[in-house]
Design a protein around this ligand. Structure first.
Ligand code: ADP
Length: 499
């Protein structure tokens, strides 16, 4: 552990971020208090750009997960949050959005150290969280039931009620972004236990403290730190947790759904993708190349919607690939704090190893490596932007989510072939379509099996727009009013009125 002074000399961060980083422990947050694990276990927080041990987090056990679950349950059961008047909930949530906006730098700086993502990118992530909280702050007064049509001797009305205590299990890419999902859950009156990824435990503690400062009562937003197989799994089976919202890999999501089934527990899953980015011959190639690069190099490819399968019409293939190689050759890799760096490290040594393994599969299976392919430097988990051409859709680099800066380029000859290749995947999270032909854009958007289709743009998100997948990319939706369906139940009250 380094002192505040050391950290400020190493990182160009605000005094407040340095003060936060110097905490002796990023603990659990249970019933409004930051606490260590009951057995005192800890885990190191590693900066992926320098491999330095920068802080220490609690490593929870199943007992700690249950303490957090009980805290959420108690906060729900006594109604300290859900029974506040709707406008009072809204006022406090708006205050939370304002507080986060005021401390945007602190959250962004802490997340850069934790995740390695570039500072400018973290700026967008924190703004996304502010917008998400602001959006959901408007919902408590608008969540209303309905009065269905029934025979005249009856009156039936419906309440739209919170589910209870929600377990939110999240990955490492853009840790503060999770605040938007927390806001969705609590705007409906639920309480939450957030289990951040073990690679990025820091900002969750700051978020829960900010919520307390905004007047969200203790116990409504809890955090439990630790390894997924231990604390995440314990939340999924806890009798005190009513529903689980998970973002991560297909294997883990599938295991969570199976475990939740034993308790008939509601689950929503966002499980990544292998998104096709389709470029038709009439497209604006310059714009498409820029978006294709941003879509895979952004966050070093550690984004669920990375456009990792670039499907290009044969007639423009060579031109587009040259544009991408020319535009990517000189990309600066470096610390997220270096203003000249465009690409940060991968989050961990394991993730770097995974990317290297997939580059090996690409070579072995006969794809042509036309850019990158190697680790960058020997300190920090950096990997060069990497492009494979002559990729067939049955190769592992076309089928499996790598979560790294690796672009697989496939050729097609017709609209039908493009759609067939695009849909020939276990995933269905997102897709990109590049064409100026209106009919082609609409036909393709309809034919693609994906939760989101972007036309002549890529990776746009906005809090009002639902986000989520089909097929193995999961089910349920985050963002927008649709997210509230995952966090509410409908209760029907029947009354016999005679007549
Ligand atoms: P990745 O880290 O590759 O995105 P994971 O799906 O393993 O994929 O991790 C996403 C989140 O799920 C993390 O917070 C992790 O700790 C958690 N997790 C991992 N395994 C389990 C599990 N068996 N049960 C519950 N949560 C888990």
């Amino acid at each position: 552990m380094s002192s505040t002074l050391d950290d400020q000399s190493v990182y160009p961060i605000s005094a407040e971020a340095a003060r936060q980083l110097a905490r002796p422990l990023f603990g659990h947050v249970i019933d409004g208090a930051v606490v260590p694990s009951l057995d005192g276990s800890t885990m190191a927080v590693i900066d992926p750009a320098t491999e330095r041990h920068v802080a220490t987090a609690a490593a929870g056990s199943a007992v700690d997960a249950e303490r957090a679950a009980r805290s959420a349950r108690a906060a729900f059961d006594d109604g300290r949050w859900r029974f506040l008047p709707p406008l009072e909930k809204e006022r406090r949530m708006r205050r939370l959005a304002s507080l986060l906006a005021e401390r945007a730098d602190v959250f962004a700086e802490i997340d850069v150290i934790d995740s390695g993502l570039p500072r400018f990118y973290e700026g967008f992530i924190v703004q996304f969280a502010v917008d998400g909280i602001d959006y959901y702050a408007g919902w408590p007064s608008k969540l209303a039931g309905a009065i269905p049509a029934v025979p005249s001797d009856l009156v039936v009305y419906q309440h739209r009620e919170p589910i209870g205590a929600i377990g939110l299990i999240t990955p490492w890419n853009g840790p503060t972004a999770v605040f938007a999902a927390v806001a969705a859950a609590i705007s409906a009156g639920n309480s939450v236990v957030l289990k951040p990824a073990e690679q990025t435990p820091m900002s969750a503690v700051l978020m829960a403290e900010l919520a307390l400062e905004a007047g969200i009562p203790p116990g409504v937003f809890n955090v439990v730190q630790g390894v997924g197989e231990v604390v995440g799994a314990a939340l999924v089976t806890s009798a005190n947790i009513d529903a689980v919202s998970f973002t991560g890999s297909v294997a883990t999501g599938s295991a969570i759904q199976a475990a939740a089934a034993a308790r008939v527990k509601r689950v929503s899953l966002e499980l990544g993708g292998k998104s096709p980015f389709i470029v038709f011959p009439d497209a604006d190639l310059e714009a498409a190349a820029a978006a294709a690069m941003a879509g895979v190099w952004g966050a070093s490819g550690q984004v669920c919607t990375a456009g990792s399968r670039l499907l290009v019409h044969r007639s423009v293939h060579d031109t587009l690939v040259s544009m991408i190689i020319d535009g990517s050759r000189d990309i600066q890799l470096g610390s997220g704090f270096d203003p000249s760096s465009q690409l940060g490290p991968l989050v961990s040594a394991e993730q770097l190893e995974r990317v290297r393994r997939y580059v090996g599969y690409g070579r072995d299976e006969g794809a042509e490596l036309v850019l990158g392919g190697e680790r960058h430097g020997d300190v920090g988990y950096f990997h060069q932007p990497t492009v494979f051409t002559s990729v067939r859709n049955d190769m592992r680099i076309a089928r499996e989510e790598i979560f790294g800066p690796v672009m697989s380029v496939l050729e097609f000859g017709s609209e039908e072939e493009a759609i067939a290749i695009a849909n020939d995947t276990e995933y269905g999270l997102a897709a990109g379509v590049w064409t100026n032909d209106l009919g082609l854009a609409h036909r393709t958007s309809r034919a693609l099996r994906a939760g989101t289709v972007w036309v002549n743009t890529y990776q746009m998100v906005y809090p009002t727009v639902p986000y989520g997948g089909v097929k193995n990319s999961g089910h349920g939706r985050s963002l927008g009013a649709a997210s509230l369906d995952d966090f509410t139940e409908i209760k029907s009250v029947w009354m016999k009125v005679g007549g």
